[in-house]
Design a protein around this ligand. Structure first.
Ligand code: SF4
Ligand code: SF4
Length: 380
């Protein structure tokens, strides 16, 4: 039996449009009763990243969150919501992204995404201890991700969305412990296998291309995706942007670990014809992540000659310090000269593990990832 993924065309964020598209997508997968029982505790997990306003297209749009929430409320779910942002408090990020206002209007309380509960998970590929948000445990998890590019994992969507179930700065610890993209992807697969999201929905009405997940360019893709399988859903996202799923390590690792499937012949597309929605020009990096970039054993001078590195555009940089605060290595690989915020930050590439957290969180789109000339020749 093939894994169903519903592809629903939706041209804009008007409430009636989105409500009807969400209802149709869930119905095609068997109806809301397939995904929750009356009185069951259900947590909706949008992508809040750092709480940018909806117009920036960084976060799950409030109208998508609202349509999903209404459907689960009608089914009698005991509904909560939340995400742990890359920086700051969950409530603040939810307010900024317009999600809190919707939740307050519908009477949905926040789940606890600040308290960490250490979980032992012997079946894990790599993360046998998982520090998870207390609020997502013992609940049915509904993942409502945003369709975006990502510097470290190529894309962020259904699978990566669950990384926000790790509270606060604990996320950075994983980057330090598992700097290799493939190791990190195994952690993502472990989190997903443990939490087992019951339904994954992706907001691709206006996606983000280029320098994502925060500094890219909004791009209308006019689509919502639905599936019980986060791997299959991300594989369909890849198809929509003309990206080989092989370039996204957590898809292959997820398949091997039994999380889901990315293989086209094992996925059943339902809903609207996908051919009309594919964007061959979607700006994304179409090659596998560079393993040398994060290898501890690779000589640093060669790494700096070959591996993609973060660069600051000082014309855009406002010296806000977000990149400095986000850098997870100690001592930091991006810092102010003499640790004083008088001048703009500089990189120390000898220390940099190429996690691209700085690029991910820069609010001014001032950090991009550039591949050195030699690296470009080799990757070609
Ligand atoms: S996060 Fe961006 S704007 Fe802020 S200091 Fe770093 S490079 Fe400059
Ligand atoms: S400088 Fe940026 S890419 Fe390098 S380790 Fe720090 S956050 Fe990661």
């Amino acid at each position: 039996m093939r894994t169903p993924v519903a592809v629903i065309k939706c041209d804009d964020y008007r409430e009636e449009q989105v409500d009807s598209a969400v209802r149709r997508g869930v119905k095609l997968l068997g109806g809301i009763e397939t995904f929750c029982k009356e009185g069951e505790r259900v947590v909706l997990k949008p992508n809040l990243l750092i709480g940018d306003k909806p117009g920036k297209c960084v976060t799950t749009h409030p109208s998508v969150f609202q349509a999903v929430a209404k459907l689960f409320q009608e089914a009698g779910a005991d509904l909560f919501y939340g995400d742990s942002p890359g920086a700051g408090k969950p409530e603040r990020a939810a307010k900024g992204a317009g999600i809190k206002d919707v939740a307050d209007k519908l009477g949905i309380p926040p789940a606890d995404f600040s308290t960490t509960v250490k979980i032992t998970y012997p079946q894990a590929l790599i993360a046998k201890q998982l520090p998870l948000a207390a609020g997502v445990l013992d609940s049915a998890l509904i993942s409502i991700s945003k369709m975006k590019t990502h510097g470290f994992t190529r894309i962020t969507g259904a699978v990566k969305n669950q990384f926000g179930c790790i509270p606060g700065l604990r996320k950075g610890e994983f980057h330090v412990k598992m700097p290799d993209t493939y190791q990190f992807s195994s952690v993502l697969v472990d989190i997903n296998r443990f939490l087992s999201p019951r339904l994954c929905i992706m907001d691709g009405i206006i996606a983000m291309e280029g320098n994502g997940p925060r500094g890219g360019t909004p791009k209308a893709m006019n689509v919502l995706l639905f599936s019980g399988d986060p791997v299959a859903l991300d594989s369909v996202f890849c198809k929509l942007i003309n990206m080989k799923p092989d370039y996204v390590p957590f898809l292959k690792i997820g398949k091997e670990a039994g999380l889901g499937t990315y293989l086209e012949n094992e996925i059943e597309l339902i809903g609207d014809p996908i051919e009309d929605l594919i964007d061959l020009d979607f700006e994304a990096v179409r090659r596998p992540p560079d393993r040398m970039a994060s290898s501890k054993s690779f000589p640093v001078f060669l790494k700096n000659l070959i591996s993609p590195k973060p660069l600051i555009d000082y014309n855009r940089c406002t010296n806000c310090g977000t990149c400095v605060k986000q850098c997870p290595v100690n001592p930091r690989a991006v810092d102010w000269p003499d640790h004083k915020a008088k001048e703009k930050p500089l990189f120390n590439y000898k220390r940099c593990i190429r996690c691209y957290c700085c690029q991910e969180m820069c609010p001014e789109r001032a950090i991009s990832i550039k591949t050195p000339f030699l690296g470009k020749l080799i990757h070609r």
